[in-house]
Design a protein around this ligand. Structure first.
Ligand code: ADP
Ligand code: MG
Length: 679
């Protein structure tokens, strides 16, 4: 890989600016592709201009003035053989007035609009021209850039890269020919400098064969990287656990319910994995309330019965605490020793837990992030279970895995269903199990969209529900910009609701409370002592209080769809009919309306996740902010879904027969094996 700083023609400031764009070598400069294009390949006669289109015009300046009505503007008129066109500049320098003097020949590029004097262009780009200035031969690329790096400079840099970089094909010719895709070099040249006849629209939609070739290459690199990583994990050894003979059947016998067919199916998949001599890397997906916890518990028992410890980690203290209580309920009758570990514990409890974990006395350890800290030493960690995996970063998951020697099996759980294209791409390094049915007897939650001007009615409804023995959540608006503000809102809402509903016991829970306070409020709510629980989105994951059958979410329009679905999943857990009221502020934007419509119309987590993917893109769904997974830059999982399928098949083929090409391809796309992987 040639670093730009080692190439003479790239000046220091240029190299520094490119570095701001994340470009440090020739290959990545080559793959810095245009955002859009402008067509300066021909000159349009003024008479042929069309409203709304961008065009290049050349003419003589006939008149220039600074006008003050309706507001200050520099106005210039140019003329060619076919007519006149107005140019309007709302911001301008004195030097521009001078440059636009009558009689000069000017070439301008801009969008055509209706003006007071017929067609006009506002802030066109202008070039003084001599009699022989030629038009561009190819469409002009417009690149993503940073302040200080102008379009002409970045264009020049890329032109240099095209002459100096290694443009060799990394794919066997029949591979791309069979997919009806052009070669790499042809594609790259065509994207940086498209011939004039290519449709600007197709280019901008990235649907031309050249864009498709590069999208394919990117997807292929991702597949190769993930698959290599997957294969490498398979070559590592892990303890083999025989299927459980006693504990699992004892657990199931005590349960008040029978497993659904779907739970049985995934439990079997996990059981099989655990018998293997290499670490399981499985993602267990299932909609909220589909019953993932019991499946995880069965896996834990298989490990314990084989003499290995299990760690169960949850992203919030509330959720960890709830798992802890549930595990005690299920496993204490089986004489399993369970330890509890969180950051907020007192020193004495913590030391006792650490000792039990180190001696192997604790067979199951439930906790939060505290589980992967240095002080925690397992005697024999055989299985790490991570609930709500997308809430943890790569390093946290890795740290937990490194607590085992040999490497423990890993089961990740997610209640944010992952659309198929996402699991085929970003999750290609994992085996995936899906629970695709809910336990019987649940009545679907009824969702209502209500404008917040009808708050009075909603209060009445909450009052009625609680006085009839049900419980309710009141979820405060999400204020992303400021946690302090969010806290203030939660406190205000709590105070207000206590005044408005004096006949009810109201509780408050938010992320900034001391864990002990949080636990006591949650315990009071679980026990039915608190009737209405005012909460921030801390209750979004996992909280399970079956008697709660009404949820009000304020400012629902501010929340992500999957988040709303998660929140809504907190009700509808018991036998009684549940309702979720989404309060919105009047004057919804077009997108906000579309999003709320999805959540209103669907109770299906997968459909909602698909819509969320469409509206917000994969980054949000993957929780990229925490995970640091490199995102696809060119390929789009929806638009290029067919290419994703082909990339998957091609990856198989190349890994089998073309090891050299695989390395060359990965190196071009700078994905060393494993870079894409979430660990
Ligand atoms: P999630 O998949 O969202 O983590 P949980 O594991 O918390 O869901 O399960 C939700 C609720 O359903 C829990 O109270 C759990 O005990 C219960 N449950 C799980 N499996 C079944 C089943 N097969 N039949 C009835 N109830 C079940
Ligand atoms: Mg759960």
């Amino acid at each position: 890989m040639t670093a730009l700083s080692n190439i003479k023609v790239f000046s220091k400031p240029l190299v520094a600016n490119l570095a701001k764009l994340g470009i440090g070598d020739l290959q990545s400069l080559l793959l810095h592709l245009p955002l859009r294009y402008i067509d300066e390949t021909h000159i349009t006669p003024i008479r042929d201009l069309r409203m709304g289109e961008s065009a290049q015009v050349e003419g003589e300046i006939v008149h220039t003035e600074v006008s003050y009505k309706p507001r200050k503007a520099l106005i210039s008129r140019i003329e060619d053989a076919s007519g006149q066109l107005t140019l309007r500049f709302l911001h301008f320098y004195p030097s521009q007035i001078a440059a636009l003097k009558a009689g000069a020949q000017l070439r301008v590029y801009g969008e055509v609009r209706h003006g007071f004097f017929g067609y006009e262009m506002v802030h066109p780009t202008c070039k003084a021209v001599g009699a022989t200035t030629e038009v561009a031969e190819t469409l002009t690329p417009v690149y993503p850039t940073v302040a200080g790096l102008t379009q002409p400079s970045i264009r020049k840099a890329i032109r240099m890269a095209l002459t100096q970089a290694n443009l060799a094909e990394t794919l066997p010719a029949d591979v791309y020919a069979n997919l009806k895709l052009p070669s790499f070099v042809e594609s790259l040249q065509a994207l940086h400098h498209p011939p004039p006849e290519v449709s600007l629209h197709a280019l901008e939609q990235k649907t031309t064969p050249h864009w498709r070739r590069l999208a394919f290459d990117e997807l292929l690199a991702q597949q190769l990287s993930m698959r290599k990583h997957y294969a490498r994990r398979r070559s590592v050894s892990a303890p083999q656990f025989k299927p459980s003979r006693q504990l699992v059947s004892a657990l199931l016998k005590n349960l008040p319910f029978a497993l659904t067919a779907s739970q049985q199916k995934v439990a079997l998949e996990i059981e099989q994995d655990l018998t293997q001599p290499h670490p399981m890397q499985r993602l267990l997906q299932g909609d909220v309330g589909s019953g993932k916890t019991i499946v995880a518990c069965m896996a834990a028992l298989q490990s314990i019965e084989n003499g290995w410890q299990v760690a169960l980690m949850a992203p919030t203290e509330i959720l960890a605490e709830q798992h802890y209580r549930k595990m005690i309920m299920w496993l204490a009758p089986l004489n399993i020793e369970i330890a509890w570990l969180t950051g907020s514990q007192g020193k004495k409890d913590r030391d006792a837990a650490l000792a039990a974990i180190a001696s192997g006395c604790a067979q199951l350890v439930v906790g939060t992030h505290a589980l992967f800290q240095d002080a925690v030493q397992f005697k024999k960690l055989g299985l790490a279970i991570i609930d709500e995996q997308h809430r943890f970063g790569v390093h946290q998951r890795l740290a937990l895995r490194q607590k085992g020697q040999p490497e423990p099996h890993q089961l990740m759980m997610s209640a944010t269903p992952i659309p198929r294209t996402l699991s085929m791409s970003y999750y290609a390094d994992l085996d995936v199990s899906v629970i695709d049915e809910l336990p019987p007897g649940r009545t679907p939650v009824v969702t209502k969209l209500v404008s917040d001007v009808r708050r009075e009615e909603i209060l009445q409804r909450v009052r009625d529900a609680c006085l009839q023995g049900n419980q309710a959540y009141w979820v405060c608006p999400l204020i992303e910009e400021s946690e302090t503000l969010q806290l203030a809102t939660a406190n205000d809402t709590y105070t207000l609701l206590r005044q408005e509903l004096p006949e009810l016991t109201v509780g408050l829970v938010h992320g900034r409370m001391k864990p002990a306070e949080k636990q006591s409020v949650m315990a009071a709510f679980s026990a039915g002592e608190v009737q209405l629980l005012v909460a921030t989105t801390v209750i979004e994951v996992g909280v399970d209080v079956p008697n709660a059958s009404l949820m009000v979410i304020e400012h629902a329009e501010r929340m992500g769809l999957s988040q709303l679905h998660q929140l809504r999943g907190r009700v509808g857990r018991g036998a009684s009919k549940s309702t979720c009221i989404l309060l919105y502020q009047n004057k919804l934007s077009e997108t906000a309306r579309a999003r709320l419509k999805v959540i209103y119309e669907s109770n299906d987590g997968f459909a909602i996740a698909q819509a969320d993917l469409h509206i917000r893109g994969p980054g949000e769904l993957l929780g990229v902010r925490q995970s640091g997974v490199p995102m696809l830059k060119i390929a789009d999982l929806e638009r290029d879904a067919d290419l994703l399928e082909s990339a998957k098949l091609t990856a198989d083929k190349l890994l089998q027969a073309y090891p050299l090409e695989v390395e060359q391809h990965l190196s071009r796309w700078m994905m060393s094996a494993g870079e894409y992987v979430k660990v």
